[in-house]
Design a protein around this ligand. Structure first.
Ligand code: PLP
Length: 429
């Protein structure tokens, strides 16, 4: 049965807690995560041997701790993310490795950290193999392979093909294996993160490429990773991905390899967005309702400093109004929703290429709340201090209770690392 998403233009509660109550208690703009949705998504993926959360999507410690408690392992793309995983309770070593450092380069800090801490490394470039082998011979590694084709909803999110910087080019696999062996590294697994989502024809190609690559590497392979890229429906009427079909394709690939190798092959999946996107809501307050010629604008106190996906990719997010009078039968208007930043691109209702679009939303007034939905992935994680706005607060709703998991940044924190040099003339005077 195909499950289809349905988003309402009104939202009065999140996980049983009134939106207005959260806004009054924690202020706006604030990110709210509904824990029950994350648990649901985890449960749906239990068929895979390992669910590995790509924490770059949403790396708050409370979210990582929740993943840890649920038996979800974690992916780290920087030294900072490795440290976050440790702070959330993950240990360095284990089989399967609890934390995998997965990137296309080591910066010097990350290389030092993974060598010293014994973290598992998934290499996305020949240089990573060289640099790791030079200082950590004897270790096991996995390889991220770029199969030569990709998929993604924009050029900026495409993770395969010859325009993608990611992974070891498929033609170089043998070279990479020889290199690793020469340096005393053993390659125990392969990884492809292509973002094939719900395009099953494409996914079948990815699986076939994985099978070829694994057979090239041979019996040393004990794990394969399907990477991330599971989509979620951002619009009403869009279907949820058919997880059973998705698993079936990967499982068949794994079984073929098990048969060929004569030993078990672990099947990992590495979602970011899928686990957290729908759990997250950005609550903003409407601060101006403006009419410019034929255009009606709702200007809110959150901009691309809080949620960058619309300006970066023209990403679509469902939006809703929290009506303070409780009326959910207001007339709908075509609205452009923008933020506070001094930048004309600070518009949440835009399509790829920066084209401003209108959205049917309930009539609303200054002081009411606008909720940007499906904002749990790549939302807070990409927030910035542009225009010296403070990073928003983050709140987790668990068992009908809203708890602060990151307090709003303060102005003192914003400028804490800066030094105002005395001017020369002042020093002389
Ligand atoms: C970003 C990333 C993911 C997660 O991608 P989603 O589209 O959020 O599922 C998984 N693996 C790697 C290596 C990534 O870089």
């Amino acid at each position: 049965m195909v499950r289809v998403a349905e988003y309402s233009p009104y939202r009065t509660e999140i996980g049983g807690v009134p939106v207005a109550e959260i806004a009054r208690e924690f202020g706006t703009p604030t990110y709210v995560y509904d824990e029950s949705k994350i648990r649901e998504r985890i449960a749906e993926l239990r068929a895979f041997d390992v669910i590995r959360f790509a924490q770059k999507a949403c790396s708050n410690l409370a979210i990582l701790r929740l993943m840890h408690r649920e038996g979800v392992l974690v992916d780290a793309v920087s030294a900072g993310e490795v440290r976050r995983a440790l702070a959330a309770g993950y240990s360095a070593e284990g089989d399967p490795p609890p934390i995998v450092y997965c990137a296309d380069i080591f910066d010097r800090e990350a290389l030092g950290l993974v060598v010293e801490g014994g973290f598992h490394v998934n290499c996305g470039s020949m240089d990573m193999i060289d640099q790791y082998g030079a200082v950590a011979p004897g270790r096991e590694i996995t390889l991220r392979i770029n199969p030569g084709f990709g998929h993604g909803h924009s050029r900026k999110t495409n993770t395969g093909g010859d325009h993608s910087k990611h992974g070891i080019w498929h033609d170089q696999l043998v070279e990479a294996l020889v290199q690793a062996e020469d340096l005393g590294l053993s390659v125990t697994g392969l990884h492809m993160h292509i973002g094939s989502g719900s395009d099953f024809e494409h996914l079948a190609q990815v699986c076939a490429a994985m099978e070829r690559a694994a057979k090239t590497a041979g019996r040393i392979i004990r794990s394969i990773s399907a990477g991330g890229g599971l989509p979620i429906p951002y619009r009403s009427g869009e279907a949820y991905v058919d997880l059973a079909a998705y698993f079936k394709l990967w499982d068949a690939t794994r079984r073929k390899l098990e048969e060929t190798f004569g030993h078990k092959v672990r099947l990992e999946i590495e979602p970011g967005r899928y686990l957290v996107a729908e759990s997250g809501y950005l609550i903003a307050e409407i601060r101006a309702v403006k009419k410019q010629a034929d255009n009606l604008f709702y200007l809110v106190d959150a901009g691309f400093n809080c949620l960058a996906r619309p300006i970066l990719y023209g990403a679509f997010h469902p939006m809703s109004i929290c009506p303070l009078d409780g009326r959910v039968n207001r007339p709908l208007d075509e609205v452009i929703v923008g933020g506070p930043l001094c930048e004309s691109g600070d518009i949440f209702t835009q399509s790829e290429g920066g084209f401003v679009e209108k959205r049917l939303l309930p009539a609303a007034t200054v002081g009411e709340y606008l909720v940007i939905e499906c904002a749990g992935a790549y939302g807070f994680a990409m927030a910035s201090n542009y225009n010296s706005h403070l990073l928003p607060a983050e709140v987790l709703v668990r068992d009908g209770k809203a708890q602060l998991i990151r307090r709003r940044q303060t102005f003192e924190e914003l400028i804490a690392a800066e030094t105002a040099l005395e001017s020369k003339s002042a020093a002389l005077g």
